[in-house]
Design a protein around this ligand. Sequence first.
Ligand SMILES: Nc1ncnc2c1ncn2[C@@H]1O[C@H](COP(=O)(O)OP(=O)(O)OP(=O)(O)O)[C@@H](O)[C@H]1O
Ligand SMILES: [Mg+2]
Length: 405
Amino acid sequence: MHVVYLSPGFPAEMPLFVRGLAQIGAKVLGVGDQPAGALAPEVREALSDYLQVSSFGDEARAVEEVRTWLRGRNVDRVECLWERLMYLAARLRETFGLPGMSRAQTAIFRDKEAMKQAVEKAGLRVPRHGRARSTAEAWAAVERCGFPAIVKPIDGAGSKDTYRCNDKAEFEVALAKVRHIEELSVEEFIEGEELTYDTVCADGRILFENVAWYRPKPMILAQNPWISMQNIVLRDLTQEMPRPGVQLGHGVLQALGFQTGFTHMEWFRTPKGEAVFGEIGGRPPGARLVHAMNYSCDIDLFRGWAEAACHGRLSQDTGKKYNAAMIFKRAQGDGIVREHRGLRELLQKYGPHIATIELTPIGEPKRDWQKVVVGDGWIVVRHPDLATTMQMSERFVNDLTVVAG
Ligand SMILES: Nc1ncnc2c1ncn2[C@@H]1O[C@H](COP(=O)(O)OP(=O)(O)OP(=O)(O)O)[C@@H](O)[C@H]1O
Ligand SMILES: [Mg+2]
């Protein structure tokens, strides 16, 4: 099995997927924009070959460079788990006549209006929505959606340029703030909890599924730098909290005809218990959620994905053993990290349930949480019982302070 893999060195988790491919016996042909010498040693080790393209910005040129490089060689798949390069991956597949997502299929997973239309057409619940390329279109869309409304980029990420607007005045202010965005999605604001539904699929079969619960909602987190994010991977998907999302997820995957690879869907759970579609990516979730899934089952989904993509199966035991709560800490104060306040007590109390803990070491500068997703700390606590897991998680949120100054 020969796999062309786009951007093996970046972003952060790509090397782990490349390693997964090598572990299941695939020959990985890496294509990146970094010089080979800039790749981490473990990435270079896992690659059978590497091409540095002139730029990912010029798609047509990148395709030509890859074509020249591969001339006379056999390739079975083109894989890409970085959202930014998904169209290029699709174009390469089309060029070489390979299976996997085409450009048309990719568009459904990249364009927040196209995906909502496709999901809606299948009779599934999506927020009222509209596409806007001008101020006039935005006003027309919000007229249909009503207030409170959400304005966001059509292909945004990380809750950037995303605003809740409670009335016309706030909508006007938000429109002024997003004037630099070419195309917007305007939506009905959905109240409730926000969760994920993630899968690994092969040939349209779901081999692994997962629900994680964001606390608080990502948009609140993006706007409040002092909050520690929690994301809780749930052990039992038959429980009331995740159940409607799992059902919605099955419908969405079917409606979109998803075949092989990772998916990452976000959904809202309204106070009445209804699941409302948020968005879906044809890629793994970021922000270390794959790690948290691994901790919930004691498996390696980086390798699991590789096996699913190349051989159509996932042979590890994917039964969930734990709820796994992941917490990201943001240091308080500015400058150098001086103290991990509360850490000793927490380690004493919860030691056996801490799957991993990494904090910015004392003496090092505080990190920029807008650039480093885990901020100044990454902790995973796990337990078979959800209430216990949430209690521990809260303790790490409230009783651990990374102090900078
Ligand atoms: N219709 C909506 N109702 C309520 N909240 C919303 C809605 N749309 C977006 N949000 C909030 O804004 C956040 C960002 O929106 P969305 O997930 O669509 O974009 P994103 O920036 O692509 O996120 P990601 O980083 O997950 O790719 C959501 O996680 C949610 O908290
Ligand atoms: Mg999102």
